[in-house]
Write a protein that binds this ligand. Structure first.
Ligand code: SF4
Ligand code: SF4
Length: 372
């Protein structure tokens, strides 16, 4: 790994630690906001309900206002999604604005427009993470997001990206060859990327259980292991999803997770657009407090991974030992040699153990520059 890439990694780890510490210190801010700078996409995947083929990019000044507002609300992670966000002409400016506010900035893209020059511009803008979903090894009528089409882009990313790259493969309705998910994950690992596997949800973000063959593939993919913040891999949420079983969890969408559509309205998530549908400029502490406490009827069979992950931080905050013990137990069942990441252990000691949380937590928050 080159020096520049190594320095970026150290700096990113510091800011991840800060994000985690802030999430532990308070529930009054969004952990993650997903924003849509453009609804248009240059592909048309058969299962997707999140794109159109005509809309214009959101005006840059308006996008900058939205990012500033999210910063005012205390948002720690900013994710650009779509449509296809790389179609926005000023995406680099938007990324840089998020970084200027101290956010971790993520891009979810289909990767089609990536070139060495474009990757260099994303480096310069300060992008922290990039996620590409690859649906199959060869393109078909369901999806053109295939390894065959994108492999060259992946090699360019491995050569040029200073940001972390994760390749997401999918299982579920419409995906013809379930074994492709494993092939894609192995290729991702071979290039030094992270890999995740998602289960395709229906039009309301709800579950479609996997058949035994697909469940087997899912287990093989998660058997490849994961990174520091990829606990979802090992969590019962994902396991239940693949088996068609309900999850008992508290969705904090509208509070810890916000979805901001191209019209600047706040929604719970991409699959619950219209709820609550309030303009971001009018969305504040009262709305977040209401959404934080609300029980969502769609939660038991929800498959929206990023909302699950933000909810896990709150579960960890509320019941640290139980949550951590459950995660580690499941992880160790897969890999008896597994040791918990040092960071999780250190933060759990600093913020959550009742005998130590007072002064250690205060010192740690000060060092990290986190205000409650
Ligand atoms: S590339 Fe992504 S946004 Fe575009 S149609 Fe496919 S799934 Fe939807
Ligand atoms: S449970 Fe939450 S994340 Fe899942 S579909 Fe409902 S509102 Fe969206």
């Amino acid at each position: 790994m080159g020096l520049r890439r190594r320095l970026r990694l150290v700096e990113r780890r510091y800011r991840e630690t800060r994000m985690f510490a802030k999430a532990m210190a308070s529930t009054g801010h969004p952990i993650l906001a997903q924003v849509i700078p453009i609804r248009r996409c240059n592909l048309a995947c058969a299962y997707c309900n999140e794109f159109d083929d005509r809309s214009a990019p959101v005006e840059t000044a308006e996008m900058l206002r939205r990012i500033d507002r999210l910063a005012e609300l205390g948002t720690t992670i900013l994710t650009f999604s779509g449509g296809e966000p790389t179609l926005h002409p000023d995406l680099d400016l938007l990324i840089a604005r998020g970084r200027r506010h101290g956010m971790l900035v993520t891009l979810i893209t289909n990767g089609l427009l990536l070139t060495p020059e474009r990757i260099g511009r994303l480096n310069n803008a300060g992008l922290d993470y990039l996620q590409i979903s690859i649906d199959n090894v060869k393109p078909d009528e369901v999806s053109k997001k295939s390894l065959q089409v994108l492999d060259k882009k992946l090699v360019w990313l491995a050569e040029h990206a200073d940001f972390a790259v994760t390749i997401n493969s999918v299982l579920g309705a419409g995906i013809r060859n379930p074994g492709d998910a494993h092939t894609i994950a192995v290729r991702a690992r071979g290039l030094g990327f992270g890999s995740t596997v998602g289960v395709i949800h229906d039009g309301e973000g709800q579950l479609r259980p996997l058949d035994p063959e697909r469940q087997g593939v899912w287990e093989r993919v998660i058997g490849l292991g994961g990174g520091l913040f990829s606990f979802a891999h090992y969590d019962r949420f994902q396991q239940n999803i693949t088996r068609g079983l309900p999850n008992d969890w508290h969705c904090r969408a509208g509070a810890r997770f916000l979805y901001i559509c191209e019209d600047g309205l706040v929604h719970y998530c991409s699959q619950q657009r219209g709820r609550p549908g309030i303009p971001l400029s009018e969305y504040g502490a009262a709305e977040m407090a209401r959404a934080f406490g609300e029980k969502k009827g769609c939660a038991p069979f929800c498959t929206i991974g990023c909302v699950h992950q933000t909810a896990m931080l709150d579960a960890f905050r509320e019941q640290p030992r139980e949550t951590l013990a459950g995660i580690l137990e499941r992880r160790k069942a897969q890999d008896p040699e597994f040791e918990p990441p040092w960071l999780v252990t250190a933060l759990e000691r600093a913020f959550l153990r009742s005998s130590q949380r007072g002064w250690i937590g205060r010192v740690a928050l000060r060092v990290l520059g986190v205000r409650r």
